[in-house]
Design a protein around this ligand. Structure first.
Ligand code: HEM
Length: 444
């Protein structure tokens, strides 16, 4: 605590990937490891603790080039973490993502039996993530990561996903991404919406007070402190199908762009409908000082500018009147794109895998990630839209609908299909640096 009573985060013990937005542009790789021998796993933790970058020192030589490490519940078990410690972690984490499929809307094409192997299996133990601004720096980061497990008996690299920035920070549907992030008290890292009060650190890091005054603790406390939960999801994007949908439901190219913006809540440039409802403004879209500086309630309660059902208003209703307390469901996102861009104007599916490695960071899996995914994305009751799901990332099945409030009559689109398919994912725990050494020193 400072003399003024505000909390100071121990940034030198918190992994960089928890608090710092990823560099822009970026090159990233996810590597999944299986631990076949607990002593090898502990040695891995020892080595990893010396290559992982902390959130302190944002101007240091490795500030933009990270290696992060996260463990699944099965991974903690494989290290021989005692049962009373295992039982002190969040219940959803103990279950693992595949077991939560129904709640997350991972059904049909997205259901775990259709996931890319070995995702969803009990073999996913450790996830290493390397992120750098350039290919060249990335080679160095990958080499640092590789050294922690290479030629180590008892550790097997079983899955890898390479990711990279697309031009203009866009995600594969063509919208600028990585714009809106919450501010966190005591982190010194600014948020992006000057109208949002910083959130209590316990919303994102274990061991600190959260918005409800509670503190998430594990057994022992040192294991959880300065750690957090991370959700990884490989989300395949049906870009051609999304383009076909836009075309089929618009009268001309300008109308098509407006519909795309109504669905997202932002124009493809990143400019928010809340600030420019009629025309795109590419300059505003790229302006980090202004492109997230807005609320909804005062001048757009009915969603004439930003529909209540659009992706960004659902996933962060800000001050809009919805059931529930928005500040309890905020999330840190770290999306990275994978796969080649579908060339502009192509409407036929080329069968190439492309999408987003979606990562959520937060201390409350249940009331943050799972709540947003199940209530705000896959239901519409919270803002009075019945069972209408998120039009772009929801688990729609061909019967989905989306309403664009309009005068004199609203516009209602029907027959929305699923544009985003889950290919796999997992719930992980991202330990603090000291906790990694605690794991390395286990003697069970
Ligand atoms: C492939 C799937 C997805 C795509 C293409 C996508 C795309 C986007 C884009 C373009 C933005 C606007 C830019 C920004 O504010 O950074 C955004 C914002 C956001 N998305 Fe997604 N998203 C996806 C999945 C998800 C999922 C699964 C969740 C939550 C479980 C989510 C939560 C959010 C949140 C919280 C925001 C910020 C809203 C705000 O503060 O205004 N997104 N997304």
């Amino acid at each position: 605590m400072t003399p003024e009573g505000s909390v100071v985060l121990e940034l030198d013990d918190i992994q960089s990937g928890v608090l710092r937005p990823r560099p822009t542009p970026y090159v990233a790789t996810y590597i999944v490891l299986r631990i076949d021998d607990r002593n090898a796993g502990r040695e891995l933790m020892r080595r990893v603790s010396s290559v992982v970058t902390s959130a302190a020192n944002p101007t240091g030589p490795l500030a933009d080039t990270w290696v992060s490490v996260a463990l699944t519940y099965q991974g903690l078990k494989a290290l021989g973490v005692p049962n009373d410690s295992l039982g002190s972690f969040a219940w959803e984490f103990q279950q693992g993502m595949a077991a939560r499929a129904k709640e997350l809307g991972d059904t049909g094409d997205s259901s775990p039996e259709n996931w890319e192997r070995p995702l969803g299996s009990r073999d996913i133990h450790v996830v290493l993530v390397t992120v750098s601004p350039t290919e060249q720096q990335h080679e160095a980061a990958l080499e640092r990561a590789r050294k922690t497990y290479h030629e180590m008996r008892g550790i097997e690299a079983i899955w890898r996903q390479d990711c990279h920035a697309l031009p203009n920070e866009k995600e594969p549907f063509g919208f600028r991404d990585g714009i809106s992030h919450p501010a966190i008290e005591g982190s010194g890292i600014p948020g992006t919406n000057p109208k949002e009060q910083p959130l209590k650190p316990g919303e994102f890091v274990l061991g600190y007070p959260d918005e409800l005054g509670g503190i998430q603790r594990t057994q022992p406390v040192a294991l959880g402190r300065n750690g957090t939960y991370v959700v990884f999801r490989k989300l395949h994007q049906r870009v051609a199908a999304f383009r076909q949908f836009l075309k089929a439901n618009s009268t001309d190219p300008a109308d098509e762009e407006l519909l795309a913006a109504k669905i997202m809540g932002r124009w493809r440039s990143g400019a928010p409908l809340a600030l420019c409802p009629f025309y795109d403004d590419a300059e505003l879209g790229a302006n980090r000082q202004h492109n997230n500086d807005f609320l909804y309630e005062e001048d757009d309660p009915a969603g004439f500018k930003t529909p209540g059902g659009s992706h960004i208003r659902r996933t962060n209703p800000r001050d809009a009147h919805v059931a529930g307390v928005v500040r309890l469901h905020r999330m840190i996102r770290r999306g990275t794109a994978y796969g080649p861009v579908l060339p502009e104007a192509v409407l036929e599916d080329d069968d190439v895998d492309r999408g987003l490695m979606f990562a959520f960071v937060g201390a409350h899996l249940g009331r943050q990630f799972e709540f947003v995914q199940s209530q705000w994305i896959n239901d519409g009751i919270f803002f009075g839209a019945g069972d209408a799901k998120d039009p772009i990332v929801g688990s729609n099945n061909g019967a989905g609908s989306f309403t664009v409030p309009r005068r004199p009559v609203r516009r209602r689109l029907q027959g929305i299909h699923r544009f985003v398919v889950t290919r796999g994912g997992e719930y992980c725990f991202m330990p603090g640096l000291r906790a990694m050494r605690w794991l390395a020193d286990l003697h069970t």
